[in-house]
Ligand binder design. Structure first.
Ligand code: ATP
Length: 361
C-alpha cells in the first residue's frame, strides 16, 4: 500500500481485548483461565489457540465467535485464525475415595428401575464423547444383565489378561467405536446366571475399577445396575465420582424410583448432574417430522423441578435406536444425523460441560 505505514499489532493488545471474553459456563475470563495460547501476529493476520475445557464443549462455536469479534475490533486486524483444542480437567478428589490413575472423570449412569434405557444412554453418550475427540471408557457394572457388549458389537468376547511383575492379574479393555470397554459379560459370559453377593461382588467390582489397564481417559462412564443395591453402593463408595446421571422415562413410576436413586447419591456425597428423560416422545419411522407423546409429556421436567435437578436432555423413542442396540452399532455411530443421535450428542456435551465446570469451580 502506497504511503500508508502498517500499524504493528502487539500481543498485549490481543490479550487485552480477549480478557473480557468469558467462558459462558464458568463465567470467567478465557485469558485468566489460560485458555488462550500461542498468540501469533503476522502483519494484520492474527492466530491463536483456544484450549477448551472439554473436546465436547457445547458452546464451542459461540466462544470462537466471541473471540474473533473481539480481535477484529483491533485496528489493522485483517484475519483471525483460531485453532481449537481441549484439555479436560480432572474431577476433584473426594475423601476416602480411591481414584483410578490416568482417569480424569468418572461418571455413573443410573436408573431407578430396569428397562428405561440406561445402557442405551451410557453407550451412546460414550460414543458421542469419543466422536468429539475425547478419550473414553465404559465400565458395564450391570452385573445382572450386562448388555454393553451386545450394544457395542463385542458380544461373546473375552478380556485379555496379563500378569504384572508381582504376578497380579491386569485386564485389558476391549475397544470399539473409539471406546474402551470392560464388562462383567466378558468375564462370565452374558447369559450365565451368576449370583453376586457381599465380598465376592465387592472384589469383582474393585477388580474392574483398579485392575484394568484403562490408560489415559478423559471420561469413564459406568453403567450401573438399576436400583440402589450393593453394587451401586460399592461403586459410589470406591471411586471419586465426578457425577451421577439419573435416567428415567416420563412415566410416574419411573419417576418415583428416580427419587430413591437421588437420595442414595446424596447420602453418599455423590454430586448428581441431573435427570435424563428417555423415550420422551415417539418419532414414527414413516413420518420423522411427527412427534407423539406416548407416555404423556413434561414428566421429566416436572421431576427435575421437584427434585431440584437440571433436566440434562430429552431423548426420542425411535425404532433405529433399538435396532442399533441389537445390531451392536449404536445410533450415534450408525446414523449420526438422526434426531436421536443429535439428542445423544447434545446430552454428551451437556454432561461434559457440567463435569468441567464442577472440576474448575
Ligand atoms: N430411545 C429409545 N428408542 C428406542 N428404543 C430404545 C430407546 N431407549 C432404549 N431402547 C430400547 O429399550 C430396551 C431397553 O433399553 P436398555 O437395555 O438400554 O435399558 P436399561 O435401562 O439399561 O435396562 P436394564 O438395566 O434393565 O438392562 C432396549 O431394547 C433398547 O434398545
Amino acid at each position: 500500500m502506497m504511503g500508508t505505514m502498517q500499524r504493528i499489532i502487539q500481543q498485549e493488545e490481543i490479550l487485552n481485548v480477549l480478557k473480557p471474553v468469558q467462558d459462558p459456563e464458568l463465567r470467567r475470563s478465557l485469558v485468566e483461565l489460560g485458555m488462550i495460547r500461542n498468540v501469533d501476529i503476522q502483519g494484520g493476520n492474527v492466530s491463536f489457540t483456544l484450549v477448551l475445557t472439554t473436546p465436547a464443549c457445547p458452546l464451542r462455536e459461540m466462544i470462537v465467535g466471541d473471540c474473533k469479534k473481539a480481535v477484529f475490533a483491533i485496528d489493522g486486524v485483517q484475519s483471525v485464525e483460531v485453532e481449537v483444542t481441549a484439555e479436560t480437567p480432572k474431577a476433584k478428589a473426594l475423601p476416602d475415595r480411591q481414584g483410578i490413575p490416568g482417569v480424569k472423570n468418572i461418571i455413573a449412569v443410573s436408573s431407578g428401575k430396569g428397562g428405561v434405557g440406561k445402557t442405551t444412554v451410557s453407550v451412546n453418550v460414550a460414543v458421542s464423547l469419543a466422536q468429539s475427540g475425547a478419550q473414553v471408557g465404559i465400565l458395564d457394572a450391570d452385573i445382572y444383565g450386562p448388555n454393553v457388549p451386545l450394544m457395542l458389537g463385542l458380544q461373546g468376547q473375552k478380556m485379555p489378561v496379563r500378569h504384572n511383575e508381582n504376578g497380579g492379574e491386569i485386564f485389558e479393555p476391549l475397544f470399539n467405536y473409539g471406546v474402551k470397554v470392560v464388562s462383567m459379560g466378558f468375564w462370565v459370559g452374558e447369559d450365565q446366571p451368576l449370583i453376586w453377593r457381599g465380598p465376592m461382588l465387592n472384589s469383582a467390582i474393585r477388580q474392574f475399577l483398579y485392575q484394568v489397564d484403562w490408560g489415559e481417559l478423559d471420561y469413564l462412564i459406568i453403567d450401573l445396575p438399576p436400583g440402589t443395591g450393593d453394587a451401586q453402593l460399592t461403586l459410589c463408595q470406591s471411586v471419586p465420582l465426578a457425577g451421577a446421571v439419573i435416567v428415567t422415562t416420563p412415566q410416574t413410576v419411573a419417576l418415583l424410583d428416580s427419587r430413591k436413586g437421588l437420595r442414595m447419591f446424596q447420602q453418599l456425597g455423590v454430586p448428581v448432574l441431573g435427570i435424563v428423560e428417555n423415550m420422551s416422545y415417539f418419532i414414527p419411522p414413516d413420518a420423522p417430522e411427527k412427534k407423539y407423546d406416548i407416555f404423556s409429556s413434561g414428566g421429566g421436567e416436572r421431576t427435575a423441578r421437584e427434585l431440584g435437578l437440571p433436566l440434562l436432555g430429552m431423548l426420542p423413542l425411535e425404532m433405529p435406536v433399538r435396532e442399533g442396540g441389537d445390531r451392536g452399532v449404536p445410533i450415534a455411530m450408525a446414523r449420526p444425523d438422526s434426531a436421536s443421535a443429535q439428542a445423544f450428542r447434545k446430552l454428551a456435551q451437556v454432561i461434559a460441560g457440567k463435569v468441567s465446570v464442577a472440576a474448575l469451580t
